[in-house]
Design a protein around this ligand. Structure first.
Ligand SMILES: *Cc1c(COP(=O)(O)O)cnc(C)c1O
Length: 373
């Protein structure tokens, strides 16, 4: 937790709330630039689309990966030029493509002929890039099934693009979010590099490689640092492309904002479900529907702290009347033995994928309050 966040929390704001230190966002962006100087950074807006964050990044000259028309409009409003935006969702409404094209958004992702035809119709002459499905092994929040196509199919689609009046610009992949293993990037780069070579032999020289998101945050378990990922990625790029690197894009979301935020929450109830239970159940005023959606399957395991003193095992659940509103039942969490209703609990590194996952008034609970310092 940063000193700024700590002093804000000293004033006991109403909970639940997310408190984000914008200096940390700034520092993370700089650290990413230093770790991968060859890459252009396209911030994945969905990780946290707060205007304060978009404005800060736009002023620093960042580019943006947007998934929808409202996200594109949020970037424009924050001062980003349309030329700095990539429409990176492979599933887009035709009306959204047309509107983005009118704004001047130059880059569009696809992974099917149907989407490519939609782009050709609504954004004639646009630059397109094809998303390749790659292994997501090592990712705590995988994205494999829903997106991407095979190398063979991508080859056909890229070769078909000029005939549809589009510019076949590059390739992309996503190694899965909270990717903790550098080989995921190495294998993915090797896979797409072969397609670069293959297409070049067919007379099509691609200009861009988009490495997607995935860079991890240190939650409960330690992960390799950004420099380690940066070095592994750079070494692999050089091994495959030599000094003829295409334009490299990277789309970090979690790594830009994750460790910049803390959720402050209040204990609503501490009890034992059965008299003989050693483990207590701790119910917080935030849960799966209040923004902690990534606790599904206990995939993202946040660091959670409360007070001092001797601790014992707990399960953690949210305040709603839904049976799936349980954050952690299997992961061995420990909280103070004297924890009681009304106490403050902090959920650390919650700057990414929390505010926008909060439901609207489920069980009457308001969406999560946000503070940007
Ligand atoms: C979600 C997403 C990202 C960001 O992923 P992180 O794991 O948060 O870095 C990047 N690119 C695309 C296409 C995405 O859908």
């Amino acid at each position: 937790m940063t000193p700024k966040i700590a002093s804000f929390l000293d004033a006991s704001p109403a909970t639940p709330c997310l408190v984000v230190d914008l200096d940390r966002v700034d520092a993370n962006y700089e650290a990413l630039r230093a770790a991968l100087p060859a890459a252009k950074i396209y911030y994945a807006v969905k990780a946290n689309p707060a205007p304060q964050i978009l404005t800060l990044l736009a002023a620093k000259g960042a580019c943006f990966d947007a998934a929808s028309l409202p996200e594109i409009e949020a970037c424009l409003k924050a001062g980003a030029p349309a030329s700095a935006i990539s429409f990176g969702n492979t599933v887009k409404k035709a009306t959204a493509i047309a509107a983005a094209y009118k704004y001047g958004v130059p880059l569009y992702a696809f992974d099917s002929i149907e989407e490519l035809e939609k782009i050709a119709h609504r954004a004639p002459g646009a630059k397109v890039y094809c998303r390749i499905a790659v292994a997501n092994e090592g990712a705590d929040w995988p994205l494999t099934k829903k997106f991407g196509t095979t190398v063979e199919r991508a080859r056909e689609l890229m070769l078909a693009a000029p005939g549809l009046g589009l510019v076949p610009h590059g390739l992309s992949f996503h190694v899965g979010s909270q990717q903790t293993a550098t080989p995921a990037y190495e294998l993915a780069i090797a896979k797409v590099a072969m397609l670069f070579t293959d297409l070049k032999a067919s007379g099509l020289e691609l200009k861009m490689l988009n490495l997607g998101g995935g860079l991890p945050v240190n939650y409960r378990e330690d992960v390799p640092g950004l420099e380690i990922f940066g070095d592994a990625i750079m070494d692999t790029l050089i091994a495959h492309f030599g000094n003829d690197l295409p334009e490299i894009l990277i789309e970090p979301g979690r790594a830009v904002v994750g460790n910049a935020g803390v959720v402050a929450s209040e204990v609503v109830l501490v009890c034992r479900r059965m008299a003989a239970d050693e483990r207590r159940w701790v119910y917080l005023d935030i849960g799966r529907f209040g923004g902690l959606a990534e606790t599904e399957g206990e995939a993202i395991r946040y660091r959670i702290t409360a007070g001092n003193g001797a601790t014992g095992p707990v399960a953690l659940a949210g305040p709603s009347c839904d049976g799936v509103d349980i954050m952690y039942e299997k992961t061995p969490y420990q909280l103070p033995l004297d924890l009681q209703a009304g106490d403050r609990v902090l959920i650390h590194d919650t700057g990414a994928y929390v505010t926008t996952y909060a439901s609207r008034n489920f069980n009457g609970f308001a969406p999560l309050e946000e503070h940007y310092l």
